[in-house]
Ligand binder design. Structure first.
Ligand code: NCD
Ligand code: ZN
Ligand code: ZN
Length: 347
């Protein structure tokens, strides 16, 4: 028996497609193909490329690549080292938002000097979203600054009870603060890291089962779920110095569909991302899933170039049957039906 239901296309506000610079891990075609196979019709790509996206030149180079290769819709983030603030006004309307790294992660673009962090909050246009990688120890700082400068602050990949508690508290007074978590913080804990070593290394680190439980109990305070799709090859992950990051754009929907209601999935992956980033709903962009069709997630079936998933062997549900973008059938029964370049910039 099949039970086909229609969902608005998922919007994944946090992915790393590694193009340009590290296309052996992923590129705009493979990454957006992976997105479609997981029911994701729009991705927002992060700026921590090998050469970071801090200038309009770098941004234009990436826009041109996405225009040629993407099969789903997309938006790009600008990055900052705190020294490109004079360019903000000029670039802001070409990007979906600004990304600021406050804790050490892939690419080492951390802004460590609090004065520079403050300058970023002061200078970034208040109408556009400022996304931060701020682990628990930096959450107080970003909340304080966002309250002072009235930023649209979005705290991404929240993983701990401590971090989420602080955000829940801040939201009571400052309505423009939002946050997301990822499927891996909901589904995995440090136990996975103990078993799978390098494969389980991610920033922020996989947390305790208690943290995991707190995220589930407070799902109503979480605004979005994003994948933080961070592909690294299996060789790299199994090396003596494994990079941090887990792939996840194509496994997000089947994992969530196994654990939560369709209403919650729509709220966390479509309604709230649109609200936060100011996108309108296109009724001709949607996904058909078989709500009751379970299947095994397998590395060999994945579209991502990195070729592995921390969820290899897990049960997923709600198999993606067909995906439509702006009325065009773009994916059906495991096949991409449009040419590279079909995807449009949503900005
Ligand atoms: C991300 C990556 O690989 O680019 N890694 C990660 O562990 N999450 C960077 C990031 O999102 O912090
Ligand atoms: Zn991060
Ligand atoms: Zn990330």
């Amino acid at each position: 028996m099949s039970n086909i239901i229609k969902l608005p296309g998922l919007i994944d506000i946090h992915v790393h497609l590694r193009d340009p610079g590290q296309t052996h891990k992923e590129d705009f075609f493979t990454g957006t193909s992976a997105a479609l196979s997981g029911g994701v019709t729009t991705i927002f790509d992060m700026p921590n490329n090998l050469e970071p996206i801090f200038t309009s030149e770098k941004l234009m180079e990436k826009i041109n690549i996405a225009k040629q290769k993407a099969v789903c819709d997309w938006g790009l983030y600008l990055g900052t080292d705190g020294r490109n603030t004079d360019e903000f006004e000029k670039i802001a309307d070409k990007v979906i938002g600004l990304k600021l790294y406050l804790s050490l992660t892939t690419g080492k673009y951390v802004v460590a000097d609090d004065k520079l962090v403050e300058l970023v909050f002061k200078k970034w246009p208040k109408s556009k979203v400022l996304v931060v990688h701020a682990e628990s120890d930096r959450v107080d700082l970003v909340i304080r600054l966002a309250t002072r400068y009235q930023n649209k602050l979005h705290i991404t990949h929240v993983s701990t009870k401590d971090g989420l508690e602080k955000i829940i508290d801040a939201k009571k007074n400052t309505k423009s603060i939002t946050c997301d978590t990822t499927p891996h913080y909901l589904m995995l804990s440090e136990e996975y890291l103990r078993e799978f070593k390098g494969l389980g290394i991610v920033k922020p680190p996989l947390a305790t089962p208690k943290d995991q439980e707190y995220l589930w109990q407070n799902l109503n305070h979480i605004d979005c779920i994003a994948s933080d799709h961070a592909p690294h090859t299996l060789d790299e992950k199994q090396s003596s110095n494994p990079p941090a990051g887990l792939p996840g754009v194509e496994t997000m929907l089947p994992l969530l569909a196994e654990e939560m209601s369709v209403e919650n999935i729509i709220r966390l992956t479509n309604i709230n991302p649109r609200k936060i980033f100011g996108l309108t709903q296109d009724t001709k962009t949607y996904v058909e899933i078989d709500k009751d069709e379970g299947y095994k997630i397998k590395n060999e079936d994945l579209f991502t170039k990195c070729g592995w998933s921390p969820f290899d062997g897990w049960e997923g549900t709600g198999k993606v049957k067909r995906v439509f973008i702006r009325g065009m059938k773009v994916f059906e029964d495991g096949k991409i039906l449009v040419n590279p370049g079909f995807g449009k910039n949503v900005v």
